[in-house]
Design a protein. Structure first.
Length: 478
């Protein structure tokens, strides 16, 4: 039974790896896609944005569908959509076709990933086992980003950009076949327990519009009338959705789950930390390319310390530390390390030497992520019952993606404004770019400081349920 559960975890993580790799593998191939398909610079951004809008918009709905109809079924449906859309992406010969296929791929990615955390909770009910499982999951999330950068450069240079999508086909099909045979089946609670068509439409449109507004803000500005107007509309739709959930008989998002202090606070922390992490990777890629002159393969290799250290601690050490000291202590420790790493990078020189100025803080960033994210996931999911685990998983994923998109837009805007001001003052191009990127990292460090304050003030008081299980009890149970 134990072996079959860990095999099931491997299958789930393989499906998630496909999603994570796809988020970064396309970035490296964008210049080739632009050259081959004749994208304008503004249109090229939609190769990324179309995926983000669909992914962020459908996560919450997909998580609830998993609760209603069975998570294994939803996982397989999402994997099928993602794999089929990957084929369409690879076959694309027109910009509009590629953007449409990327949108469908984002839906498949959301449906697949939204139920994975809930399935892990079901497979591993004990806290010590969950800590190990969430560590593996966090490692996949971090390693997948680095694999995507490496694979994108290698495949694009060796074959063509079309194959960054085609490689998903055999992996997706094999994973789906094995998952159908080996993953434990679940029936779901039934459509009568949570069907809310209007609520589903409201939240999906609101989240898609919110992510659309965020990703477009880099072109129009955060304070433009367009951004403010669309942002206000998305907030109004979200308010209507909340009202619907409060008054409806079978809400898609029962508001009772936010009565959990841990879940509510963990989602805020997830959004802010994701904004700092995703913003760092995007901006660091630009710094390595535009300031230091790294090529696609070199950029992927440069990020390996983050993935290796984060993977080592996520898989090997984080679970032991969580069982020994508790998830909150490990979370706070990881946050302190992340702040240190980002602040160190932000104070570095323009023409940084990798071994002297980048290697150690990148490794520290991996250490902080390896400690923080498994602990945060465990805290967020610990109060969720079996009927709401998929919903809690979808909410956590949604806040991470939407928070990451928002943070990326804000940090990129700040970096760009800083660079333009310095260029107008007569600074050199490399120095101006580096100063903008370093400012973004410093703001990211400040964001993590806010999450640290939330963790030590809001999460430090244990609930009665937590008090019944001390860390030592978890060790004894192991």
């Amino acid at each position: 039974m134990t072996n079959s559960r860990w095999l099931s975890l491997t299958i789930l993580c393989t499906g998630f790896l496909l999603i994570v790799v796809d988020m970064t593998i396309v970035n490296v191939a964008l210049p080739s896609i632009q050259r081959d398909m004749g994208f304008a610079q503004s249109g090229l951004a939609w190769v990324i944005n179309a995926y983000l809008i669909a992914f962020g918009g459908f996560l919450l709905l997909a998580g609830r569908l998993g609760d209603l109809f069975g998570r294994k079924r939803i996982f397989l449906i999402g994997l099928g959509i993602f794999t089929a859309a990957s084929l369409l992406c690879g076959l694309s010969f027109d910009p509009r076709m590629l953007i449409a296929a990327r949108f469908i791929q984002g839906i498949g990615g959301a449906v697949t990933s939204a139920v994975i955390l809930a399935m892990i909770v079901t497979l591993f009910p004990r806290q010590d086992e969950q800590a190990k499982a969430f560590g593996v999951f966090s490692f996949i999330a971090s390693a997948g980003a680095a694999i995507g950068l490496l694979a994108g450069g290698l495949i694009t240079q060796a074959v063509s950009w079309h194959w960054i999508f085609f490689v998903n086909l055999p992996i997706g099909v094999i994973t789906a076949v094995i998952a159908a045979r080996l993953l434990p089946s679940d029936r779901g609670i039934g459509v009568g327990k949570g069907a809310d068509v209007l609520g589903a439409v409201l939240v999906t449109v609101a989240l898609m519009l919110a992510v659309y507004t965020i990703v477009q803000s880099s072109d129009y500005g955060l304070s433009s009338l367009r951004t403010l107007g669309l942002g206000a509309l998305s907030i109004a739709l979200l308010a209507a959705f909340v009202a619907r959930q409060a008054l409806g008989h079978n809400p898609i998002l029962p508001l009772r789950i936010f009565a959990s202090r841990k879940l509510s606070t963990a989602n805020i922390v997830q959004a802010l930390m994701s904004s700092a992490f995703l913003g760092f990777f995007f901006i660091a890629s630009l710094d390595l390319q535009r300031v230091l002159g790294y090529g696609p393969m070199e950029i992927g290799l440069a990020f390996l310390p983050v993935a290796i250290v984060m993977g080592l601690f996520s898989v090997r050490f984080s679970a032991q530390l969580i069982n020994r000291f508790g998830p909150l202590v490990v979370l706070v420790s990881g946050q302190i390390v992340i702040v240190t790493a980002l602040a160190w990078l932000s104070l570095g020189p323009t023409n940084a030497d990798y071994a002297v100025n980048l290697l150690v803080p990148l490794a520290l960033l991996g250490l902080g992520g390896g400690l923080s994210f498994p602990s945060l996931t465990l805290i967020a999911m610990s109060d969720s019952g079996p009927s709401d685990a998929g919903l809690a998983s979808g909410v956590l994923n949604t806040t991470g993606q939407v928070g990451g998109a928002l943070g990326l837009a804000v940090l990129a805007t700040l970096a760009g404004a800083r660079t333009l001001n310095l260029v107008h003052d007569g600074a050199g191009s490399a120095a101006a770019l580096a100063s903008g990127y370093h400012l973004a990292w410093l703001v990211g460090a400040g964001t993590v400081v806010v999450t640290l304050a939330l963790a030590v003030t809001v999460l430090r008081t244990r609930s009665p349920k937590e008090s019944q299980m001390e860390p030592a009890d978890c060790e004894a149970a192991a």
